[in-house]
Write a protein that binds this ligand. Structure first.
Ligand SMILES: Cc1cc2nc3c(=O)[nH]c(=O)nc-3n(C[C@H](O)[C@H](O)[C@H](O)COP(=O)(O)O)c2cc1C
Length: 362
């Protein structure tokens, strides 16, 4: 099949990354001929939190911030799609330029700062879409909010009717002070409030919506354990590891590496995978994990699953390879299962966690 993205990539890479992204969203909306992954394999399917997830690879949030192309992304072959981050009020984000491609590093730096059209606009879109695949909604707080916890509660209530799951994003490095919500004390208040809200909804006949928490890869080794315990205490349904990093270790793009913002893509792989392995061991496998950070092929996807992830997501790989990355990864995972004569992904979960956890920190 012709790889349209590969043909168009030289032109796309001459454009400002944010403009290129806007064009990609437009192209997806018009249903232009993207490579669609038709790969199906029962062994890649999982039923988690009562959701039937057709394959473990999800579109990470940030790509479809405003829930414009959720169905189209499912149609490309993703097993689930996370839209957002959405804040209660619309928000411009930081001044442009604010996305940078570090091509030599196969990485991206962004300091978007939760630019989005706000929750009401996204809600209308999600209500209008015909149900198709698993869609999560990633919620955040407005930069100028004087009660961030209220902002998360607002998002949780707003999307009750349309979200298959919620992600509480407390790990963006681009909203000053947001990551402070990762402290155990702040987590008690935030997660206590959310779980109480969920109980109230269920008591009134509402559906249980799983709640995930997305954390930063820059949490210090000693601080991870209390955070994971808090998530377990509050019966959070999964942890997403990880968001972008502030680290700039080992980068080759000398001119761009000092741009402020969060780094994603290949240089994030080891750091985020080591952290997810540690989280798997700390929770003794009890806390489901979604692994994200630097997945660029079937090998890196497999490694995340072996380190302890139940599901995986990617974003930067899509920028460098386009939608063909989906088929490559899914077919590659099936091949790996064939090679080891395995019947499910669950059988590899966590089997290399010890090695990763004992590996040297960055
Ligand atoms: C341009 C860009 C925008 C992003 N925006 C968000 C966001 O709004 N919310 C969020 O939780 N993560 C956001 N992320 C982080 C990704 O979801 C993901 O956690 C991170 O990029 C690591 O995955 P990757 O290495 O596959 O890109 C963004 C990443 C990029 C590159």
């Amino acid at each position: 099949m012709v790889n349209f993205y590969k043909l168009a990539q030289p032109a796309i890479f001459k454009m400002d990354p944010e403009k290129a992204h806007e064009l990609t969203i437009k192209a997806l909306k018009t249903g232009l001929a993207f490579d669609r992954c038709k790969h199906q394999d029962k062994r890649l399917e999982q039923n988690l939190w009562g959701l039937n997830i057709t394959n473990p690879l999800g579109m990470a949030p940030g790509f479809d911030k405003n829930a414009e192309v959720a169905n189209e992304l499912i149609d490309l072959g993703f097993g689930f799609v996370e839209v957002g981050t959405l804040t209660p009020k619309p928000q411009e984000g930081n001044p442009k330029p604010r996305i940078f491609r570090l091509v030599k590093d196969q990485a991206v730096i962004n300091r978007l700062g939760f630019n989005n059209e706000g929750q009401d606009a996204a809600l209308l879109r999600l209500q209008a879409r015909k149900m198709n695949g698993v869609i999560g909604v990633n919620i955040g707080a407005n930069k100028e909010s004087n009660n961030r916890i209220e902002d998360y509660l607002k998002g949780f209530h707003t999307f009750q009717g349309v979200a298959d799951y919620f992600t509480i994003n407390i790990s963006s490095p681009n909203t000053p002070g947001l990551r402070d919500l990762q402290s155990p004390q702040a987590l008690d208040e935030l997660l206590g409030g959310l779980m109480q809200a969920r109980t109230n909804i269920i008591d009134h006949g509402g559906k249980i919506r799983p709640i995930f928490v997305k954390i930063a890869p820059d949490i210090k080794d000693n601080d991870l354990e209390p955070i994971i315990y808090k998530l377990l205490d509050h019966k959070i349904d999964a942890v997403i590891i990880s968001n972008t990093t502030l680290s700039r270790t080992g980068l080759r793009e000398q001119n761009l590496k000092n741009e402020a913002g969060g780094l994603s893509g290949r240089p994030l792989f080891r750091k985020s995978t080591r952290m997810l392995a540690r989280a798997h061991l700390i929770s003794e496998g009890a806390l489901p994990i979604i692994g994200v950070g630097g997945i660029e092929n079937a090998e890196t996807a497999w490694q995340k699953l072996e380190a302890g992830a139940n599901l995986i997501q990617l974003y930067s790989g899509m920028i460098y390879q386009g939608p063909a990355i989906i088929g490559n990864i899914l077919k590659g995972l099936s091949q790996r299962l064939d090679q080891e004569n395995l019947h499910s992904l669950a059988s590899i979960r966590g089997r290399t966690a010890d090695q990763w956890a004992n590996s040297k920190p960055e």
